[in-house]
Structure formats: structure tokens, C-alpha cells
Design a protein around this ligand. Structure first.
Ligand code: UD1
Length: 420
């Protein structure tokens, strides 16, 4: 696996156009299977998870045309010929579980392995499977392979024990083609769920209430093609804002949506960063001379502080004056960045689901290991502010969700190189 070399101490500043959202693009790509003719997607992020999802679509018989220059994709699923996805592909990317709902909705059968993904704790799919069974899906599981069939997709009133993003999305995909009405109580309210619902609606689905805890779906028999633009990635945006704030640079981002950023901006405001929204989706950030701490952060489902931003926020707090308590409530093992940050001179103590970050005056370069996507990004951000050179291993994880992050940081004044 490759690594990044970072010469720290340079400001990240200037203008940054946020790319399309990974977590919105992946379920929408799976949903393309339900549309029985051509879909055009604009503003697709050119990241490894998108490339892998395109591979899955092609394996299933879809024609996919990617234009990297315009970041657009044309997906034609008229020649869909397969309902099996090989386990190796599925294990490389957890979001491939969404192909279960999409394939069952389209072909009434699907065979795939248990999903993999980042190592951030146990990531069961019981909520997905339990909902599917209630909707008439017959699930056989042998040697880690899920073999599913659904003679009739039945609408159902479902209650999720936890507002799981993936389970809500998978149910949306299946329910779009169900006989009758499905209601998801305690549904995830994440903006990426909203994006998927809007895409499905553009294809002819009947969906109401996305963005609230109760979503109603009235099944239809056919979905058609559509044109859709992937919304900006709130986590990529937050990553670059943290990098700028930590290196004391001013940053202007373009594309972010205000309502999606509230929890992150309010936490960053407590460190002394100032924000101004200009012309709708342009956000200007000015960092303080000295970052402040002395508050606590708890991650939670939207609209609470996003778990995906927790590692990045931890990097920011390493240099903030005071102590911050961070509690992770969404995933059970998500402080793997703390190790690398401590090697760079940070003072972090992890105990179970809580981390205590005591601000230090400076960080120094080190050789560290990014063990998952956001962990790698958090270490990169810290390395940008550290004195001297850092080497961050595990670039393949970062490339899953960030498009050429080394170039993007370098264009904003950083000194980052990828050694493949
Ligand atoms: C999605 C995002 C991920 C983000 C997460 C939470 C994508 C591709 N990934 O992941 O970046 O960190 O939402 O915002 O969109 N759970 C169960 N049983 C289930 C499903 C989930 O117990 O059947 C638990 C998980 O173990 C986890 C929690 O619920 O502890 C949240 O998971 P979920 O919201 O489903 O996250 P993902 O969809 O996997």
C-alpha cells in the first residue's frame, strides 16, 4: 500500500470547490439498477469506492460510461444479466450491501457475500435483513454468502432500533418497488438518505418524508431513467475546513449546504473559528490566532455531530488550548487515529468510547499508519500542521473517499506527495 509524505508547517488556504459526496454517490449508483433505462449522474467524485461500484455495475451487465473530465456517468441497466456479486468485491466495500435491495427490487433475487469496509468496529447488517424478511424476502445464508429471493415485495410498517443509514437506504431501494405502502419509523435523517430519496423520486418513485424520522414509500411497478447531480460532500468539506483551521489558513469552500454543516461548524466555532455564508453555498472560514478547547463533543445520527468527522475534529483539537472530551456513540472502535496523533506529539487518552484530548503547543512529523479512511485523512490533516516531515501509510484507504487529496492540499499551499 502507498503512503503520503507531508512537509508540515504550511498554511492550507484559498478557494476549494467541494466534490460530490461519496456517501450519496454510492447508494445512488446501486439505485441505478432499479431504473430500467439510462441514468445520467453529474458531479460524481472520482474516488476508488465509486470506481469499485462501477465495476460491480459492469459485472452485473450494465453499460457504464464515465467521463472523468466532466465528472459525469451514464448508466444503462437495460442489459442487466447477473444477480450475483462476487464476495471479494463485496468484502472490499461495505456499501455494496445496498445492491441487495436494488437487485431484489429489480430482479427479485440476489446473491452476495457479507460486506466488508473500514475496520471501525462490528458492523452488522441485522437491521437490513430483519426489515427485508418482513417485506417478504427469503434469506438463506451459507458460508458467509447471502442467497435471497422475494416472490412478492410486500409493503410493511417497519421500526428501526437504530436510525441506520445503510438500512434506511436499503429499505428505500426495495420499498420503491413493493406492492403497497412501506413506512420506515426511526429512519436515518442523513442528507445522503435525502439525496437517495430525491434520486429515486426523479426516477418515478413515490417517497414522502425523507429528512424526517418517518419515511413513507408507495411502491410502483417501474422506475425510469433520470438526470441527477450528486450533492457536495459534507465530510470532504469538513476535512478541508479542519486542515485550514489547524494550519491557520483562511478557506473559502464552494458547494456545501448550510443545514448539513451545522453540528460541525458549531463545534469548530467553539474552537474560535469564524464562519460566514456568502451567496448560498459559499462558506468562508477564518481561524483564530490560538485555537480553544474546553468543551465536549458527542457523535450521533444526523443532525448530531457526524461520526465521520470525529477523527478530523480530533486532529484539530490536538493543538487547541484546553481539554476536550469526545464520545463516540455510533461506532464502537473509531479512535484508531489517536495512536498516530500521539506519535506526532498529541496528548490523547482513549478509554472505551471516550477520548480526552489535551491541547499541546505543537506537533512534530512522524511515521504513522492510517488504518481506515477517516483515520488516514485525520493523520494527513495533523501532518500538515506538524513541524517537519511525516510519512502516512495506508493511502489506499484515503483514496477510497478522497479524490487526489495530495493534489488538492498542494494546490491550497500544502506540501503533500503520494508515493504509490
Ligand atoms: C454510513 C456511512 C458511513 C457513516 C455511517 C454513520 C456510507 C457508505 N457509509 O455507514 O460513512 O459513518 O453511515 O453515519 O454511507 N448497525 C447495526 N445493524 C445494522 C446496521 C447498522 O447494528 O443492520 C449499527 C452499526 O454497527 C453502527 C451503527 O448502526 O454501529 C451505524 O451504522 P449505519 O448508520 O448503518 O452506517 P453505515 O450505513 O454502515
Amino acid at each position: 500500500m502507498g503512503y503520503y509524505i507531508v512537509q508540515g508547517g504550511k498554511k492550507i488556504e484559498g478557494d476549494f470547490a467541494v466534490r460530490g459526496s461519496k456517501n450519496a454517490a454510492l447508494p445512488i449508483l446501486a439505485a441505478c439498477l432499479l431504473a430500467e433505462d439510462e441514468v445520467v449522474l453529474e458531479n460524481c467524485p472520482l474516488i476508488q469506492d465509486v470506481f469499485l461500484t462501477i465495476e460491480i455495475l459492469r459485472e452485473l451487465g450494465c453499460t457504464v460510461t464515465l467521463s472523468e473530465e466532466s465528472r459525469s456517468l451514464i448508466i444503462d441497466s437495460r442489459n442487466l444479466s447477473e444477480t450475483t456479486i462476487c464476495s471479494e468485491t463485496v468484502q472490499r466495500m461495505r456499501s455494496s450491501i445496498l445492491f441487495l435491495g436494488a437487485l431484489l427490487g429489480r430482479e427479485k433475487k440476489a446473491v452476495l457475500g457479507h460486506p466488508g469496509g473500514c475496520c471501525i468496529g462490528k458492523r452488522p447488517i441485522d437491521l437490513h435483513l430483519c426489515a427485508f424478511e418482513k417485506m417478504g424476502v427469503v434469506i438463506r445464508e451459507k458460508d458467509g454468502i447471502l442467497d435471497c429471493e422475494v416472490p412478492h415485495i410486500l409493503g410493511y410498517h417497519l421500526y428501526l432500533d437504530f436510525p441506520s443509514v445503510g438500512a434506511t437506504e436499503n429499505i428505500l431501494l426495495l420499498a420503491a418497488k413493493a406492492e403497497g405502502v412501506t413506512v420506515i419509523h426511526n429512519a436515518a435523517r442523513e442528507p445522503e438518505v435525502v439525496a437517495l430519496a430525491r434520486f429515486l423520486r426523479a426516477c418515478g418513485a413515490e417517497i414522502y418524508g425523507e429528512g424526517t424520522s418517518n419515511i413513507m414509500i408507495e411502491g410502483v411497478t417501474h422506475l425510469h431513467g433520470a438526470y441527477f447531480s450528486i450533492p457536495a460532500d459534507r465530510i470532504e468539506g469538513g476535512t478541508f475546513l479542519c486542515a485550514a483551521a489547524l494550519t491557520k489558513g483562511e478557506l473559502r469552500t464552494k458547494g456545501l449546504e448550510r443545514e448539513q454543516m451545522e453540528a460541525v461548524l458549531s463545534a469548530m466555532e467553539q474552537t474560535g473559528c469564524r464562519f460566514l455564508w456568502e451567496k448560498g453555498d459559499t462558506l468562508w472560514m477564518r481561524p483564530p490566532k490560538i485555537l480553544r478547547s474546553g468543551f465536549s463533543i458527542t457523535t450521533g445520527p444526523f443532525p448530531y455531530f457526524p461520526t465521520d468527522m470525529q477523527p478530523l475534529m480530533m486532529s484539530l483539537l490536538t493543538l487547541a488550548n484546553g481539554t476536550c472530551m469526545m464520545s463516540e456513540t455510533v461506532f464502537e472502535a473509531r479512535f484508531s487515529q489517536a495512536d498516530g496523533l500521539c506519535r506526532m506529539g498529541a496528548d490523547i487518552c482513549v478509554s472505551g468510547q471516550t477520548a480526552t484530548i489535551r491541547g499541546v503547543e505543537k506537533l512534530h512529523g512522524a511515521e504513522v499508519y492510517g488504518k481506515d479512511l477517516r483515520c488516514g485523512a485525520a493523520l494527513l490533516v495533523a501532518a500538515l500542521a506538524a513541524e517537519g516531515e511525516s510519512r502516512i501509510h495506508g493511502s489506499a484507504f484515503v483514496e477510497r473517499g478522497y479524490e487526489k487529496i495530495e493534489d488538492a492540499f498542494s494546490l491550497l499551499g500544502g506540501n503533500v506527495r503520494l508515493e504509490a
